[in-house]
Structure formats: C-alpha cells, structure tokens
Ligand binder design. Sequence first.
Ligand SMILES: *Cc1c(COP(=O)(O)O)cnc(C)c1O
Length: 409
Amino acid sequence: MTDRPRHAPLTAFRVEGQDLLIAGRPLTALAAEIGQTPFYAYDRAVIDARVALLRATLPARIALHYAIKANPLPALVAHMAGRVDGLDVASAGELAVALASGMSPRAISFAGPAKRQPELEAAVEAGVLLNVESFTEAERLAAISQRSGRAARVAVRVNPDFELKSSGMKMGGGPRPFGVDAEEVPRLLARIGELGLAFEGFHLFAGSQNLRATAIVEAQQASYALALRLAHSASAPVRSLNLGGGFGVPYFPGDTPLALGAIGENLAALAERAARELPEAQLVIELGRYLVAEAGVYVCRVIDRKVSRGQVFLTCDGGLHHHLAASGNFGQLIRKNYPVAIGNRMNEATEIASVVGPLCTPLDLLADRMELPVAHPGDLVVIFQSGAYGLSASPRAFLGHPDAIERLL
Ligand SMILES: *Cc1c(COP(=O)(O)O)cnc(C)c1O
C-alpha cells in the first residue's frame, strides 16, 4: 500500500468544507455561475505565481517566452503577454492571437515544419521572428522579402545532433521533421547571407515534458555549445539564442516536480558565458505547459453511477472529446491517471471507481480504478493539471457532443 506510487501533492487549489476552491470560489458556486458543464477554468493567480517562481529562480538576463500552443485561449494569452518577455507561435492562427494580445511583434517568434505561403507572408508583414525550418523556406522568405521590401527576420531552427534524455516527447536528435540538421546549418547560413535575410540567431528545441533537471541542464549546455559553434558560420552576430524548454509538470503517480534550482544555476552560468562569447545574444527559454498546466482544471458532471460486475463506473458529460490528454491518448505509451477529484466531496469516504465519458469507445476513460470519494449523479468531477494541451488538443467534433467552455478567472 505505502509503496504504491502516488500523485505529487497538489498545491494550487485549497479546499473549504467539501468544496474545492478555484480562484477562491467554491466549485459548486462556480459551476452554478458558469451555468453549464463541462468547463475548463484557469486561475490567473496560479499562473502569476508560476511566472514569479521562474523570475525568482532564473537569471534576470534570460528572456522568458510562452509557447502558446500549450493553451491558446485569447484571454489567457493576453494575460500572459503582460507577464512574459515574448510569445512563440506555430501557425497563422496562433500568430493572430499573439498579435492581438498586445505583445510587441519584435518579441514574437514563429516556428513550425510546414509553414504555408500565407503564413510566411503574414509573419514577414507583421515583423515577427521566423524560425526557419528548411532551405526551401529560406528561399520562399527571400522571395517574399523582395516583393514586400521588408527583410524577413530569421533564426535557424536547428535539429541538434543530440536529444533531450527522459523526455516525454522527443523533438530533436536523429531524423526529425523539425528544423535543419546541425551538420547542414553552415550551408543554410551561407545561403541566408546570400539571400539578404536578416539573420538574428538560433532556435533549438530538444524535447518536452521532462521532469529531470539534470537532463534539461545537459541539453541546455549541449544546445549552447552547438549554437556557439554554428555562430562562426553566420552572416551576422547572434542576437537571439532560444535554448528551448521542455520543463515538465507532474501528471502521473510517481512523478515529482521539476527541481528548478539546478536549471537556474546552469542558465546563470550560460548567460555569463554568453555575455563574453556571444555578446549581442539574448538567451531565451520557451515554456508552454510549465507556465499554465497547473493553473487549469477540467470539470464535468456525473450523469450516472453504474456497477458492472463489481466495478464502479461514474459516467460523465465530459470525456476525451474535450480532454484527450487525460484519457491517455495524447502521447502516453502506457495509460496512467491524471490527478482526479470529486470537487464537491473533497473529504468524504472513498471507494475505487472509474470515470468515463459519454463516447462509445473504451478509450473514453478519464480515471481508471482510482480511489475517489463515493460520487452520485450531479457531482462534479475535477481533473487537475489541465491548463495545457486540454481543449485545443482534443477531437472536439468526435460524436457531436456539446463543446466545453473555458473561463480565465
Ligand atoms: C510544443 C513546443 C513548446 C512547448 O512545449 P511544452 O512542453 O508545453 O513546454 C515549445 N517550443 C516548441 C518549439 C514546441 O514545439
């Protein structure tokens, strides 16, 4: 019993009586106010605390960017725009959200492996930094620059010759659709010089959802060393060096929070080196889930309570169509449970129950045989750590159920 892995303690939300408090409001009152389930609620105070923690732990010279892919809700992006130093986007749709957020276009960067012509045009027009992912893209940008009279601001996205170890999702090392292989980058840099594009630096992103600080430190050191080596082939000084992110959050039993201190110390050392070796370079860290995941909950309502051959199933109005990640179908190799609670029965006697959604597929599973308070129709199921890769990363049209709504509180 004691050696069964448990979820890391959740500290973002307090409990009052039997109710979970979200942004200081009892969940039952909040659900009544919102007027429908399912919904996502994001607590801006929790986001702000996370930004403050990063500001206190990372050196001041590191720019902190938000990768809005993690949660592109316009109100949340606008909130973030006032708190971070830049926004990273990966489509024209995200670019529009970033530009509307009030963030300066100079502090917006655009990465992505298949940017279409209108996307490239919109990015050049807006004056954001384009992370170039191929030779073809560099040629297209040069043509757009020539036609528009605006030199595209470019950084080279490098597919490094190493990967981020113990990463939930590897995005560098080996053959990848992302970026340009490190060994090809000198040739691309020469071409960028010939084309007259405004070279500004490098972008490296080795992987995502990592909970091991030592692995992140190692990847940052290797990324810095690689960028320093490549800088010798560039037509202009490096002004922006984006070292990626990959900071993970604890989702599953046995996961422990990332030790941020070691990462801060390493970045301080790298920033000092950069001041000497790449004096014009601004070092950038780009984070998605680490900034927002813990600030969000997904809430759905129990429709029925069924017992099948001794196993309790709580069937709900929410499911994988709103929250693919919690169902285990968004990049998990082995399905594990997110932290789940019955948000209006926080301290009540428990049983083992499974939480399932309304879709006619066994994949629609939000909690598999978890210890939960005994729940009944009308109760509110809460899935924590849901502020990132939630609604926007889910197959919302699947089976035609109503959409979830999202509230920034
Ligand atoms: C997805 C992505 C991110 C954000 O990843 P998180 O795991 O949410 O921090 C950052 N940068 C790039 C290039 C990405 O593709």
